[in-house]
Structure formats: structure tokens, C-alpha cells
Design a protein around this ligand. Structure first.
Ligand code: ZN
Length: 551
């Protein structure tokens, strides 16, 4: 307990505090000083407080931590035209949205939109429609799946595709009956456009990071793990870390960020052979470098593709035409070699692995890495861990590997996932309960902007496990609201090697807190998504406050 001279900057009283600390799960008040929690339930004689906030019974939790999201990408989508079917219902609506977006964008800048679905619109938009909606402009509209896009004639001209298509391995420049490109580019053909847009300028990304952070705070998020910067299809510029540093310098970094580095960016280093550093970033920068606000996280490596797109690597056929088992993103030996080299060089590794075949590859690589170069407390991760056999869950637990599934996928992508997998294996999909039962720590994450990312929606789906159509989604893996909240707080902190400073409300931890209208563990499960975030504190200061009591 604090001594009698203790002084708090802020004392939150009359609160329902869920600490997430099993040793002391509940409290009524929290004292904060110097950006840290200094006491729970202090008596009047224990400390004086400069400011006291009466929360009128509201629920206080550790700030949410999204363990897998794409922050700059999400921030960029916030300034693009929103073409999701809920917003844009017809092709006419879509073209009108393009015209509005063009009007709101400086002449010469790209007019960008995302989220359209031709199944709902009746057809894909085409270049002629885009040229009428935004004459002469470079227009780029991404499909909701991320697997295709449509561009205007100005973009096709930049690519030399105004009047003729070219062959693109792994993709397609779609043409009409006369052989004229329609503007639709599929799969790898999209890279042609991305290469025109990248690298994004640092100030543009810093603005995107700012916009994303503002939304995160309004949803109770105080920490995020950004799941891939610097390279690959997911990176925005080779100097992506500089964008986060610039955001911080300008006061635009609103939440704590841990940055995963895409494996392509790591390269051989001419270190002394005795150092065992085979692979890394210049100067030997690796996982853990940085501070409480901005830090380098794991190396992110893609081992396979998408479940709904039916490209992820499986041992058995997908539903539908026989013979499709997806594929690995690269040669098996090459992927394994990169994982082992990164492990040896001191990196935490986060392998994107969706199918059970890809999960086997990641687990085998982690086991072999540990056998050859034993290292304590590596906490290597498998991102998504989408379709896993029971023995893979056990093996992950034995190896201390953290599975990072996305609870939100159940509702937004659940129907597509159930359709892609034979019913006999539905109970292998996006496990949660069996991970906890095996003794694994479960983080909470969204993969935003792939799906809507508010943590309360995530908690809702982790508990309710229903698809958008209302179908149960592998309901045996449902967990309690308490377990889901633990995932989004202490679970995510553990996956980031950050549990000593965040993820629980205990003295000494960073004062990152979220204040909710009601207690998610006390309301009926179907109401969790409708609770509101009243305030969000980072470093003990209210960065979002709908109550007016904390600012
Ligand atoms: Zn992701």
C-alpha cells in the first residue's frame, strides 16, 4: 500500500473495476500517478488525489490491445470512398460516390474507394463508368475481398493497358469481347496498380495513422500490434517505421504501437559469426527495440493465403470441385529456412498460417529452430491458426507457440468459411476454447481493416460465435465474456512480451484504461456489442471522453 504521503494525479472512484488480475479480480477505485497505476481501493488516509472522478458505477478495464491489425492501411481506408454494400447499394450509387470523392480530392491525386461487391451491385463497375464519374482522373476501386480491383482509363494508360491486355502470371487483365481492357484487374494484376501508388509519402501515412488512432481511442483501444510493415503486398513504403516516428513527433501517434516487420525486409548481416545473427535489419535492430509507445515486434512471414479465397494450404480438399487444397506462398524449405534464421538471430516470429498444412509447416519450423538454437521465452506466433487439428493445438501448447485467431471473423466471414470447408472439419475452425483448455494464452485481435475492428464487437463474436446469417459458427469453441476480455487485454500483452507493463490493472502498470457503460460479463451475451465506450485513458490521461467527467 502507498505510504501516507502518496499523491495521486487522478483517483477514479465509484467504479466497477475488472482488473484482469486473477489474484485480485475486482476493485472500486483506481489511483493513478505519473501515468501509472499506483493503488487499488486506497483508503482516505492512504493518499491524497489532485483530481477525483466519480464514474457512477461504470465499468473500468485495462485498455484494449488489438494483437493483429493493419493501422496505416485502416487509416488510409478512412479517407477513401466507402463502397461497402451497406453504404453503396447500386452501381449508380457507386459512381455518385466516385464523383463526390473526386470533388474532395486534389486535382492530380488518386480517387480511391474500397469495399464494393459485384454480387450485390449486379456487375463490376467499369472504366467507362469511372471516366464519366470522374473525367480524366486516376480512379482505383478495390473489391471487398481484396482479390480484385477496377481502375479508370487514366490508370490503364499509365500501365500501357489502355487498348490491350498483357499476360500477368497469377492474375488477369480482364477484357471485353473486342479485347479492350474493362478496368477490372484480378489477383496479382492488382500489383501493377499498387506499384504506381507505392511508396506512399511519409506525411500521408502519418495522417492515416492519426485518423486510425482517433477511431481506436473511441473504441477503447490503447495498444495495437501492426501485422506487417516495410515490404510485401502489405507494406506501404520501405521507410514505414519513419511514418510512425513522424506521427509520434507530430503528436499523431495516439495509441501504443508494436510493428511487425515483413520477412522480405530482413536481410543477411555481416556480423561476427559467433553472434549468430544471420538475418535482420541494419544495425542489428530486432524484436523488442523501442519503448512503451513505439516498438519493433515480430518478423511477419506469410506461409499461405486466404480461407474464404480457398488458397490457404490444406491437407484435404476444399468443398466444391475436388483437387483444390490451396498452396504455400513459397517453397517449403525456403519458408522454414527463413523462420529458423530469424529465430536464431533473436527475432520473435509471427507466421501467417491458415490451413492445417501451413500450420504444420510453422510448427515444424519452430520445433526445428528450438532444437538447433535453443532460446528461452520466444513466444513465436501463428497468425489466424484458422483450421487446426486437435494434435496441432497440443503441439502449439508444448512448443509455447501463441495462436492468434480473430474472433470477429465468425460473423463477417463465417458463412464463407463454413462453405469452404467440409462439415466434418467445421469444429477445427477458429478455435478459442480448446486453445485455452490446452493451456495456451489467447490474444484478442481483428485483422482490421479486413473486418470491422471494434474490440467490443470482437468480444461479442468470441462469446456468441454466430455468422452474419445467424448460423452457429463452430459453437463448441465459444468462450465467456470474461475470457474474451482477458484475451483483448492481458492475452494480447503476453503475445507482445508486454505483460509486465500492461494488460492488467495492478499497481506499477501503465495507466491505460477503458471505461464502459456496462459490465460485459454481467449483461446478456447478445447485448455485448451494444455497450458503449465512455472514456479511454492512455498514460493516465483521458484521450477520449464521452462523459465530460475526465477531461
Ligand atoms: Zn492481417
Amino acid at each position: 500500500m502507498p505510504d501516507s504521503s502518496a499523491q495521486a494525479d487522478l483517483l477514479l472512484v465509484n467504479a466497477n473495476v475488472l482488473t484482469m488480475d486473477p489474484a485480485r479480480p475486482r476493485a472500486r477505485s483506481v489511483a493513478i500517478a505519473g501515468g501509472r497505476i499506483i493503488a487499488l481501493d486506497p483508503g482516505p488516509a492512504d493518499l491524497r488525489a489532485r483530481e477525483v472522478a466519480d464514474l457512477a458505477g461504470a465499468t473500468v478495464l485495462p485498455g484494449f490491445h488489438d494483437a493483429h491489425n493493419h493501422m496505416a492501411w485502416f487509416g488510409l481506408t478512412l479517407s477513401e470512398a466507402d463502397l461497402r454494400p451497406t453504404v453503396t447499394r447500386t452501381l449508380a450509387d457507386l459512381y455518385a460516390a466516385v464523383t463526390r470523392q473526386a470533388g474532395a480530392t486534389a486535382e492530380g491525386d488518386w480517387v480511391i474507394g474500397a469495399g464494393y461487391d459485384q454480387n450485390k451491385l449486379g456487375a463490376h463497375p467499369d472504366r467507362d463508368g469511372l471516366d464519366r464519374a470522374a473525367p480524366g482522373r486516376r480512379v482505383w476501386l478495390r473489391h471487398t475481398s481484396g482479390h480484385m480491383c477496377v481502375v479508370s482509363s487514366a490508370v490503364l494508360a499509365d500501365l500501357g493497358l489502355a487498348n490491350r491486355a498483357v499476360d500477368v502470371p497469377g492474375g488477369k487483365v480482364v477484357t471485353d469481347a473486342a479485347g479492350r481492357p474493362t478496368g477490372l484487374l484480378q489477383e496479382t494484376a492488382q500489383e501493377l496498380v499498387a506499384d504506381l501508388v507505392r511508396p506512399y509519402p511519409v506525411p500521408v501515412l502519418a495522417e492515416a495513422i492519426d485518423r486510425a488512432g482517433a477511431q481506436y481511442l473511441s473504441e477503447g483501444i490503447t495498444s495495437v500490434t501492426e501485422a506487417g510493415i516495410g515490404g510485401g503486398w502489405i507494406g506501404h513504403t520501405p521507410v514505414e517505421l519513419a511514418a510512425y516516428q513522424a506521427a509520434r513527433d507530430r503528436g499523431q501517434l495516439r495509441v501504443r504501437v508494436e510493428l511487425m516487420v515483413v520477412s522480405d525486409v530482413l536481410h543477411p548481416l555481416a556480423a561476427d559469426p559467433g553472434d549468430g545473427i544471420e538475418l535482420g535489419l541494419d544495425l542489428g535492430i530486432r524484436t523488442g527495440f523501442g519503448d512503451d509507445w513505439l516498438r519493433i515486434g515480430a518478423m511477419k512471414i506469410f506461409t499461405d493465403g486466404s480461407l474464404v479465397g480457398r488458397t490457404a494450404a490444406m491437407h484435404d480438399d476444399y468443398a466444391g470441385p475436388p483437387g483444390n487444397r490451396g498452396y504455400l506462398q513459397a517453397d517449403e524449405a525456403e519458408l522454414t529456412g527463413t523462420i529458423i534464421a530469424a529465430h536464431r538471430s533473436g527475432w520473435q516470429v509471427a507466421a501467417h498460417a491458415i490451413g492445417d498444412r501451413a500450420i504444420d509447416l510453422a510448427l515444424d519450423a519452430y520445433a526445428e529452430a528450438q532444437r538447433r538454437y535453443p532460446r528461452a521465452d520466444t513466444r513465436h506466433r501463428i497468425e489466424h491458426f484458422a483450421l487446426s487439428r486437435p494434435d496441432q493445438v497440443q503441439r502449439a501448447a508444448e512448443l509455447g507457440v501463441i495462436a492468434v485467431p480473430q474472433g470477429r471473423f465468425a460473423s463477417e466471414l463465417g458463412n464463407g468459411m463454413l462453405a469452404a470447408i467440409a462439415p466434418a472439419r467445421h469444429d477445427w475452425l477458429y478455435r478459442q476454447q480448446s486453445l485455452l483448455a490446452a493451456g495456451l494464452t489467447l490474444p484478442g485481435s481483428s485483422d482490421r481493416p479486413v473486418v470491422t475492428g471494434a474490440p467490443l464487437l470482437g468480444v461479442h463474436d468470441m462469446v456468441n460465435r454466430r455468422t452474419a446469417a445467424g448460423e452457429p459458427f463452430n459453437p463448441g469453441e465459444a468462450i465467456t465474456a470474461e475470457q474474451a476480455l482477458r484475451a483483448y487485454t492481458s492475452g494480447s500483452a503476453y503475445a507482445s512480451h508486454a505483460e509486465h507493463r500492461q494488460g492488467m490493472i495492478t499497481p506499477g502498470k501503465l495507466a491505460d484504461l477503458v471505461v464502459l457503460s456496462e459490465d460485459p460479463t454481467a449483461v446478456s451475451p447478445d447485448r455485448i456489442a451494444s455497450l458503449s465506450v465512455l472514456a479511454t485513458l492512455v498514460d493516465g490521461e483521458a484521450r477520449f471522453d464521452a462523459t465530460g467527467r475526465l477531461a
